[in-house]
Ligand binder design. Structure first.
Ligand code: TLP
Length: 343
């Protein structure tokens, strides 16, 4: 049972067929018809003027940071935001931008007042704050959702302080399905948005960066600079098209699996788990006794055939297309037994 991440999903048979049959060209020259179709479809899907196919979410976020900032600037984001905490220090290493983490609410929402507290004063002593990054769903908070209204409140602040609002929507489709709104609605208030095709949507590779035509034209230059200009990328884009058009609505099944997993684990006295944070396809829990480190428990679970990651002092489980629903009770039982042994 591979519950490490939704990134482990394999391309579906329909994707493999589409990849084999994809019409291709040289995308750096702009003439791969399948990439062009994916970018046009993705722009419409997410409600922005233009879109860019990038090899990874990391590169999509970095292209946005490079366009929205200049070396020496600062960005503000919530506690443990992926693009600042888990992308190899890229904002500092590549863009020359310092990161100012601010708190999130207990249910993973980034509030304008918290962002406000992270914005540097406008004088010669400080880096100039030019960018705010919002993550929806928020991975480390538990796969939690931010609403359109909450995003609009942030966008209002960003407008008034002349800050760029970038949405790391790696799992924006999970958030949208959970909230029963189109992904474009959640992305509307943001200046730019990145979302992944390679996670719950099952494409083998790739993410989308979207925004205005002017923004995407600059981002395309940054992608090339970073080595992300791919050639016959239509074979990958073909799978991305299937991801976008066929795989979004079924994310509800992944959420249902996570809910069942959380319901089962919540009944286990040796474990600590906040049900309210299980909103999409992630379940975080900890050993109540804290007698074993999360890494120890993750290793013990993996040895029992339940692959998972430790994240800080908790374990993260992620449900996805390739986890059969029948495996959920089995996973609960193995985790329960392991927790009792370690407690
Ligand atoms: N997250 C991965 C890895 O960190 C292991 C995961 O399993 O959750 N933004 C968010 C919110 C993400 O969760 C991730 C990947 C990324 C960006 C980066 O995407 P990739 O992996 O395509 O570079």
């Amino acid at each position: 049972m591979d519950l490490r991440s939704d990134t482990v999903t394999r391309p579906t048979p329909e994707m493999r067929r589409a990849m084999a049959e994809a019409e291709v060209g040289d995308d750096v020259a702009g003439d791969d018809p399948t990439v062009n179709r994916l970018e046009a479809t993705a722009a419409e899907f997410i409600g922005k003027e233009a879109a860019l196919f990038v090899p990874s979410g990391t590169m999509g976020n970095l292209c946005a940071i490079l366009v929205a900032t200049r070396p020496g600037d600062a960005l503000v984001c919530g506690h443990l935001t992926h693009s600042a905490e888990y992308e190899g220090g890229a904002p500092a290493a590549v863009a020359g931008v310092s990161v100012r983490f601010v708190p999130l609410t207990p249910d993973g929402v980034l509030l304008p007042e918290h962002v406000q507290s992270g914005i540097t004063p406008d004088n010669v002593h400080h880096p100039r704050t030019t960018l705010v990054i919002l993550e929806n769903t928020n991975n480390r908070a538990g796969g939690t959702c931010t609403t359109r209204a909450q995003t609009e409140a942030l966008a209002d602040l960003c407008r008034s302080r002349r800050l760029w609002l970038h949405l790391d929507g790696a799992r924006i489709c999970n958030s949208a399905v959970r909230q029963g709104v189109p992904p474009a609605e959640l992305a509307a208030p943001a200046d730019s948005v990145m979302f992944c095709l390679s996670k719950g949507l099952c494409a083998p590779v790739g993410s989308i960066l979207a925004g205005s035509a002017a923004f995407i034209s600059e981002a395309r230059r940054k992608r090339k600079m970073l080595g992300g200009g791919m050639r016959q990328a239509g074979v990958l884009a073909a799978a991305g098209l299937v991801a976008l058009t066929r795989m979004v609505d079924r994310l509800a099944e992944d959420h249902e699996k996570a809910t069942r997993l959380a319901d089962g684990l919540a009944e286990c006295p040796a474990l600590e788990l906040n049900r309210a944070l299980v909103q999409t396809n992630m379940v975080y829990f900890a050993l109540r006794s804290k007698r074993a480190a999360a890494e120890t428990m993750a290793a013990a679970l993996s040895a029992r055939g339940v692959l998972c990651y430790a994240a800080g002092d908790r374990i993260r489980l992620v449900t996805h297309h390739d986890v059969p629903v029948e495996h959920i009770p089995l996973a609960i039982e193995r985790i329960r037994r392991c927790a009792e042994e370690l407690a």
